[in-house]
Design a protein around this ligand. Structure first.
Ligand SMILES: Cc1ncc(COP(=O)(O)O)c(C=O)c1O
Length: 366
């Protein structure tokens, strides 16, 4: 069996360091908004080229709070890709604003800047591209578009920590960017956690107060806020893992390079890495016209796979838009995508096992 993902390997290797970090927090016994969280915020602000990091309860909360901090509210529209994890759109709805779905580019499956321009209305307040699977959206074009139209730009960087575009890290291109430390992410907590990073002092200040009951300090509450703070145990664990992120990303890239070589020439679409982009392969997602049959054959051969995502976002029951004609690339992707195992702790033998199984399955499917 080659599991799609096995987090026990990472935690077995780091157990001693993680337990020591947890003990440090217990000894200090400051569990919320303490030194570990502040240190992690500084480390991730530096990694993403932003000035501030604000630790929050999840990636979802990071998006919701960043949008609110930028003044997005009822009556506004926010552009979001029609193909992503659902939180890229539901967080817009949580602010009272309307998510406006934009089709994705055929090769990267990230927001199509031309389609974004066509979706603009006088009510458009912000653009929220997603760096899907760990590959940058066309962030230089989208940032220029947002600047020219006076729109806020929020990067959904949940899947792409450490990725770069034109040698500039993702996360520092707009008004704010949002990280997720969901356990399966490239930098994963042992529970839920997230962060807003921003270069804007005013946005940092507003997120700081929104995450803590609208408090400006000493029980002085100036607006309705939330209770969404990154806890100290998660922060301490994330700091242990952050020291390994560089080598883990290199390993993901090496696995991806082996897949590219081993799967070349098959009737399978491999993920692109655009010139100028540095992909961090949160997911190695291929496309195949008979996706479900391919997944079944791989499962029979003992290879775990997953579908990210089986529905376009507007096609989710929560939005229930009838949109095959409006967002054709997103709907087609939902039928064709299949993620192969790609995580740093995979052995070389497992990587070869995946290559062999995919080759055999594709040949059988013809
Ligand atoms: C693209 C994207 N946006 C937002 C989120 C939400 O993050 P979280 O699960 O930490 O709330 C996720 C991950 O789950 C994601 O993949």
């Amino acid at each position: 069996m080659i599991p799609f993902l096995d987090l026990t390997r990472q935690h077995a290797a780091l157990k001693r360091e993680l337990m020591a970090a947890a003990e440090r927090v217990l000894d200090a016994s400051q569990f919320v908004l303490g030194g570990e969280g502040r240190a992690l915020e500084a480390e991730l602000a530096q990694l993403t080229g932003a000035r501030h990091g604000l630790g929050v309860g999840s990636g979802t909360d990071a998006l919701r709070l960043a949008l609110s901090a930028l003044g997005v509210s009822r009556g506004d529209e926010v552009l979001t890709p029609a193909f992503s994890f659902v939180a890229s759109a539901t967080t817009i709805a949580m602010t009272g604003a309307t998510p406006v779905f934009v089709d994705v580019e055929q090769d990267t499956l990230t927001m199509d800047p031309d389609a974004a321009a066509r979706a603009l209305t006088p009510r458009t307040k912000a653009v929220m591209p997603v760096h899907l699977y760990g590959h940058p959206a066309a962030i230089d074009r989208l940032a220029a578009f947002a600047r020219a139209r006076g729109l806020a730009l929020v990067e959904d960087d949940a899947q792409a920590i450490g990725a770069t575009w034109g040698d500039r890290p993702l996360g520092g291109w707009g008004d704010a960017a949002c990280l997720s430390f969901y356990p399966t992410k490239n930098l994963g907590a042992c529970g839920d956690a997230g962060m807003v990073v921003t270069t804007r002092d005013d946005v940092a200040e507003r997120v700081r107060r929104l995450r803590h009951h609208g408090d400006t300090g000493r029980y002085h509450h100036v607006e309705v806020g939330y209770c969404s703070r990154l806890d100290e145990v998660q922060a301490a664990w994330l700091r242990v893992k952050l020291r390994h992120l560089g080598e883990w990303t290199e390993r993901r890239r090496a696995i991806a390079a082996r897949y590219r070589a081993g799967l070349a020439g098959l009737p399978l679409t491999l993920p692109v890495e655009r010139p100028g982009a540095r992909h961090v392969y949160h997911l190695f997602t291929v496309r195949h016209a008979q996706r479900d049959a391919l997944a079944k054959r791989l499962a029979d051969a003992g290879v775990g796979t997953a579908v990210h995502y089986p529905r376009a976002v507007p096609d989710q029951p929560v939005f229930a838009a009838d949109g095959e004609r409006r967002w054709p690339e997103a709907y087609r992707a939902a039928r064709e995508v299949l993620s192969l195992p790609c995580y740093p702790e995979m052995t070389d033998d497992e990587v070869e096992g995946v290559v062999d199984a995919v080759r055999t399955a594709c040949e059988e499917l013809g």
